[in-house]
Design a protein around this ligand. Structure first.
Ligand SMILES: N[C@@H](CCC(=O)N[C@@H](CS)C(=O)NCC(=O)O)C(=O)O
Length: 207
């Protein structure tokens, strides 16, 4: 049994998309972050960070969206969303999985909340915003996906960051980015995840 602790809108939509790509049945536990559902003792026992997403898989709890995506890709190999150990492409796959939370996210949040004092480039794990964008541009430009023809969990992680950054105009719409995001938007699993989130959000408004 797979249970996603989810809030709409939030980073847990990354995992909902991933679950739709995997195609296994899952349940949603919807949290209201405004109401503080993520700060209750019950939820802090699930994720002491007090954040969504968290995934429960038969009693095993995984947190951190990129880790959850990597976990699901390995746990359900039939979905072909991972690059197996021993495959030369696995290094590239892992690089992109980690590039999301360790480079794109800090680069974009730095832009959203500028520092009072510029940090030295060498001390920042992501270096600087422009280099992150240039590396990302090179990564997505060949296509159709980061690993070529195979769509993987890394596309869910990187694609989600890119879609989010572009939506809030924190990442400029380079032609390579829009072409890649258009390919992702055409995926039925992403569409299903968005439709289900929209329906759940609507239901909450009406209740
Ligand atoms: N590094 C975490 C970040 C998760 C995160 O920051 N989630 C936000 C929603 S987008 C949250 O739960 N915020 C509630 C809070 O911190 O009070 C991940 O990628 O899973």
């Amino acid at each position: 049994m797979l249970t996603l602790y989810h809030a709409i809108p939030s980073r847990s939509s990354i995992v909902r998309w991933m679950l739709e790509e995997v195609g296994e049945p899952y349940e949603i536990r919807l949290l209201d972050l405004q109401a503080g559902d993520n700060r209750t003792p019950g939820y802090l026992a699930v994720n002491p960070m007090g954040k969504v997403p968290a995934l429960d898989h038969d009693g095993a709890v995984i947190t951190e969206s990129a880790a959850i995506c990597a976990y699901l890709a390995d746990a359900f190999p039939h979905a072909n969303l991972s690059v197996p150990i021993g495959d030369k492409q696995r290094g590239t796959y892992l690089k992109w999985l980690f590039f999301g939370p360790s480079c794109i996210e800090p680069a974009v949040t730095d832009r959203a909340f500028p520092r009072k004092e510029e940090a030295r480039r060498g001390t920042l794990g992501h270096g600087d915003f422009d280099t992150v964008m240039d590396v990302l541009t090179a990564g997505v430009s060949k296509g159709p996906y980061l690993l070529g023809d195979q769509f993987t969990a890394a596309d869910v992680v990187i694609g989600s960051g890119l879609r989010w950054g572009m939506m809030f105009k924190l990442i400029s719409a380079r032609s390579e980015f829009t072409a890649y995001v258009d390919r992702l938007n055409a995926r039925p699993a992403l569409k299903r995840a968005q439709d289900k989130d929209a329906a759940a959000g609507q239901g909450r408004q009406n209740s």
